[in-house]
Design a protein around this ligand. Structure first.
Ligand code: ADP
Length: 250
């Protein structure tokens, strides 16, 4: 689905991504791992259009998408999750989900005045969809909670839920497990597996928790010093000398 060819991202003289090439197969849950500073987040940001690359190409389903802005990639079904922005903390979880789909009728002033019925219908449909997403994620009890008051793990679930409000094809998830308790991490893992199997989502996940990766991800791509060091199953990666060295060297 995604082919990254010889990607570079330099910050001044510093090469955060330094000739990374990789593929993400349709239907996979691909893990991206590597020591701190390996360039994983920067690579994510370049693929998702948040940062322009210095050079190289990103191709999605045969189409060159290099440097396209996030909203264009969003319309193509490529999504990168982000922490719920501070200004949305006072909104409820349901409202946070309802805000996701672009092009809602109520967004233009004309429609606010003249399209009341349409707005009401749209809002009802969005609300139903948001509730369905919360139920899918087994957090329907959080619908009316302000997003700023839920736990870190629940916020991660809500981030995942935001991708379900639109027709995502591939979702880039950054550090799902960071600071999340084991029970909630399993819930997140279950949701990812179900989205993959039942809705055909492809995932690329930056993660450090090896148990989580072992349960969910195949293949695993290892980055170090801005490029791809190895790709394989978790067992192959664990036995790879170059990978062990890269981790021990940090
Ligand atoms: P990882 O996600 O693998 O830990 P990052 O992509 O976050 O790695 O960072 C790779 C390197 O690039 C790090 O050394 C980081 O300090 C540097 N870096 C990331 N973003 C910037 C930036 N905006 N300006 C300068 N250096 C950056």
């Amino acid at each position: 689905m995604i082919v990254v060819e010889d990607l570079h991202k330099h910050f001044g003289g510093f090469h955060a991504v330094d000739g990374a090439s990789l593929t993400i197969e349709t239907g996979s849950i691909t893990a991206l791992i590597g020591p701190n500073g390996a360039g994983k987040t920067t690579l994510f940001n370049v693929i998702a259009g948040v940062l322009p690359p210095t050079s190289g190409r990103v191709v999605m389903d045969g189409e060159d998408i290099t440097g396209l802005p996030p909203h264009v990639l969003f319309s193509k079904g490529l999504l990168r999750t982000f922490q719920i922005a501070h200004e949305f903390h006072s909104m409820t979880c349901r409202e946070n989900l309802m805000m996701v789909p672009p092009g809602q009728t109520g967004e233009t002033l004309w429609n606010t005045w003249f399209g009341r019925k349409r707005i009401a219908d749209e809002e009802r449909a969005l609300r139903a969809k948001a509730d369905e997403v919360l139920e899918f994620l087994t957090v329907e009890h959080l619908a009316d909670h302000p997003a700023g008051q839920i736990s870190g793990g629940q916020k991660k679930l809500l981030e995942l839920g935001r991708t379900m409000m639109v027709d995502a094809k591939i979702v880039f998830l950054d550090e799902v497990g960071a600071g999340v308790n084991r029970t909630l991490l399993n819930t997140i893992g279950d949701a990812i597996i179900r989205l993959n199997r039942e809705r055909g989502y492809t995932f690329c996940v930056i993660e450090h928790d090896m148990d989580f990766i072992g349960r969910l991800c195949d293949p695993v791509i290892v980055m170090a010093e801005g490029h791809v060091l190895a790709k394989g199953t978790i067992d192959e990666i664990k036995a790879n000398e170059a990978v062990i060295e890269a981790y021990l060297g940090t």
